[in-house]
Write a protein that binds this ligand. Structure first.
Ligand SMILES: Nc1ncnc2c1ncn2[C@@H]1O[C@H](COP(=O)(O)OP(=O)(O)O)[C@@H](O)[C@H]1O
Ligand SMILES: [Mg+2]
Length: 252
């Protein structure tokens, strides 16, 4: 049975898209069948993979707004084991028009149920909000990874997503498990980083901290070439860190 993992954090710039794309790629390079769903109206995961809108192109919004079957929206990537469902600005229409419609929140999950078993991993990249698309994505996924910059202000975002996860458990009877926090833009020798990590470990237990991802320029450059880190600089720290994270995710 495959796993569905939602990547979430309301703070923008915390490394959600970078983690979604490169963790998905790392798992796919290991031979796992991976589907990445871009649930962000900004479509950054889609762009990061070099996918551009063209005629006949369908996105996640076509499924949510018009009921198009999810398999018709799947596009291939550079690896045969790695599929993508593009996101894009029409998702903002869905968020706006269905904000108060409770059945809209489970729709992504229901559509995904029809293709879930084709994959070992479904990863969902979410927008930097706690609006409808993020709620949809959390309900659709049984596990959550929170990428987080190790700043004290970022602790707030963490507390918030933990509350939302608990709420989904209570209101939708879906057990959503926090798989862990990924410290991003990591600098091992920074005192603040160590203090924040200690604080998270005190609150959530040491197992809550997953393998950190170091600051690495190649990770920031790769999306502008429409490439994952494994295409752009496979020997970089970024490539190593996401592979290590993938191994850790597989072992849990
Ligand atoms: N480990 C890293 N080292 C250097 N730059 C990074 C790293 N992780 C992400 N970035 C860059 O930081 C910016 C924000 O990251 P992104 O993944 O888009 O965050 P989010 O999706 O949470 O908004 C992007 O320009 C990205 O390329
Ligand atoms: Mg993003």
């Amino acid at each position: 049975m495959g796993r569905t993992i939602t990547i979430g954090n309301r703070k923008g710039g915390s490394g959600k898209t970078t983690t979604s794309v490169n963790l998905a790629a790392a798992l796919a390079h290991k031979g796992r069948r991976v589907l990445l769903i871009d649930a962000d109206p900004q479509g950054h995961s889609t762009l990061s993979l070099g996918a551009h809108p063209r005629a006949g192109w369908k996105t996640l919004a076509d499924t949510l707004l018009d009921g198009v079957a999810m398999e018709e929206t799947v596009i291939p990537t550079y690896l045969p084991t790695f599929d993508l469902i593009p996101g894009g600005s029409r998702l903002a229409t869905y968020e706006r028009d269905h904000a108060t419609d409770s059945s809209a929140r489970t729709k992504l999950s229901e559509h995904l149920d029809r293709i879930r078993e084709r994959y070992d991993y479904v990863l969902i990249d979410t927008p930097p909000t706690l609006a409808l698309m993020t709620i949809c994505s959390l309900i659709a996924g049984a596990e959550v990874i929170v990428p987080m910059q190790t700043h004290f202000l970022a602790m707030e975002g963490l507390a918030e997503i933990i509350r939302v996860i608990a709420g989904i458990d209570a209101y939708y009877q879906r057990a959503v498990r926090l798989l862990g926090i990924v410290p991003t833009f990591f600098q091992a020798n920074a005192r603040l980083t160590r203090a924040v990590i200690r604080q998270i470990a005190d609150r959530l237990g040491p197992d809550a901290i997953l393998h950190p991802v170091r600051i690495n320029v190649a990770l920031a450059e790769a999306p502008s070439h429409g490439m994952t880190i494994y295409q752009y600089q496979p020997r970089s720290n970024g490539a190593y860190d996401y592979l290590h994270l993938a191994n850790q995710v597989e072992s849990r």
